[in-house]
Design a protein around this ligand. Structure first.
Ligand code: ZN
Length: 343
């Protein structure tokens, strides 16, 4: 039996390939036993598409102060080289094996990729340290297929302040977007590049909500009411996303799911379902989807890769979710959102 199709709001495969020196993405096609994602496991789990993040790697080591981990700013040239290297890997992968993976610029192109059995990849930049204030890199990458970005990761850059990882803590951790950050959001709106609110602190979140009139998107964040991590969304933020017919992708990282914030693999899949139920209550049935953080985070033991996705859908079924709602959360809601944003 074919697995239920899944579209996912966030994975870090491109960073892992970069870290491993695999610039052609060979291991994606041949198999990556240690990571969460490769072609065979995506097909086995029904993971037919997603936002493929170009995560800007940290420069210096994180500074660990008590419970607070601070990531220092990243030097721009180093960030730019890594960003273009990861973009080039995705472009090479799609050029080498269009039967297996395609770079998609719209929902129409996603439908076309899936219809020939190829994985549909949407290019996303997570943390814009590789962009200068003139935004030249944004325009070049947009022409190369970029359709989504988060202005900041969980550290500060010229565009704004990312939310540091704190627990328990709220997302209100400092100032919001800079003037360059406001210009970046406006440029994204003009180009048709989606702006991701995951990793923004609360002030930055409200800045984006204020200056953009587009539907709001948090690709990989959970409910703060169930897991009080600074990375999760408060009820007020969820209400704003709901009001703007936005979307939230459920993050599978145990630290953003558990009410004790612990990095414990023995986290039951029923906890993911509790977050989904809560998010559906706040956002409606059309506002909730997945944002796995595969290849970027510690996930539950029962969800150690894309091939395990049918197990999550089964736990949703066991919890009383109907097939129509499961299909919307797994696939339809992302596609509807992307159709509205990208055509
Ligand atoms: Zn992230």
């Amino acid at each position: 039996m074919k697995p239920e199709p899944v579209f996912d709001g966030h994975n870090d495969l491109l960073f892992q390939l970069w870290r491993e020196g695999d610039r052609e993405g060979r291991s994606f096609f041949e198999g990556r036993p240690r990571g969460h994602i490769d072609l065979a496991r995506m097909q086995a789990g029904g993971l037919l598409g997603g936002l493929f993040a170009i995560w800007t790697p940290n420069g210096a080591n994180a500074i660990d102060e008590d419970d607070l981990v601070i990531f220092p700013p990243v030097e721009a040239d180093r960030a730019r080289r890594a960003m273009f290297a990861m973009a080039a890997t995705l472009i090479r992968m799609a050029a080498a094996r269009p039967d297996a993976i395609r770079l998609c610029r719209s929902a129409v192109e996603i439908d076309a990729a899936v219809s020939v059995g190829a994985v549909a990849a949407v290019m996303h930049v997570e943390g814009c340290e590789g962009f200068g204030p003139d935004l030249d890199e944004l325009h070049v990458l947009h022409a190369a297929g970029l359709r989504s970005l988060g202005p900041v990761w969980s550290r500060d850059n010229i565009f704004g302040c990312g939310v540091p990882f704190r627990f328990p803590a709220g997302p209100d951790t400092g100032s919001g977007l800079t003037d360059a950050g406001l210009r970046l959001v406006r440029a994204c709106d003009a180009l048709g590049v989606m702006v991701d609110m995951s990793h923004l602190n609360e002030a930055g979140f409200w800045d984006v909500a204020r200056i953009s009139d587009r539907p709001l998107m948090a690709t990989h964040s959970n409910a703060h009411a169930l897991c009080p991590s600074s990375r999760n969304l408060t009820d007020r933020q969820l209400a704003a996303i709901a009001e703007r017919r936005g979307i939230v992708g459920l993050n599978f990282a145990v630290r953003f799911l558990r009410d004790d914030g612990r990095a414990d693999r023995d986290t039951p899949l029923t906890l993911l379902v509790r977050h989904i139920e809560y998010l559906v209550e706040r956002l409606g049935e059309g506002g909730v989807a997945f944002g796995s953080d595969f290849d970027g985070a510690l996930t539950p033991r029962a969800l150690r890769g894309a091939d395990a996705l049918p197990a999550l859908l089964q736990v949703m079924r066991d919890a009383g979710f109907g097939e129509t709602l499961i299909r919307r959360i797994a696939w339809g809601n992302w596609l509807d959102f992307l159709r509205r944003r990208l055509g």
